[in-house]
Design a protein around this ligand. Structure first.
Ligand SMILES: [Zn+2]
Length: 76
């Protein structure tokens, strides 16, 4: 599981089941296992600090590069 945090304010946004290697470019909504402070809106994902994190693409969130930091392990 990865804990996804805002790169600006370090708030925890959500927890995510990441499969495979590589950067977090898309977050599939079905793999978001827990929401902390991430604000999921019709237009996308934002942080309470005002940072825009990603855009809503239907089944996934299109992550804006550089807006989050992740901690934790990913399943392979
Ligand atoms: Zn933030």
């Amino acid at each position: 599981m990865l804990t996804v945090r805002c790169a600006r304010c370090k708030r925890k946004l959500f927890r995510y089941e990441k499969v495979g290697e590589g950067r977090l470019l898309r977050c599939h909504k079905a793999r978001i296992t827990r929401v902390f402070e991430g604000q999921f809106l019709d237009t996308g994902l934002s942080c309470p600090c005002g940072a825009r994190i990603g855009s809503d693409e239907g089944n996934w969130i299109g992550m804006i590069p550089g807006r989050v930091v992740t901690t934790g392990t990913r399943s392979s």
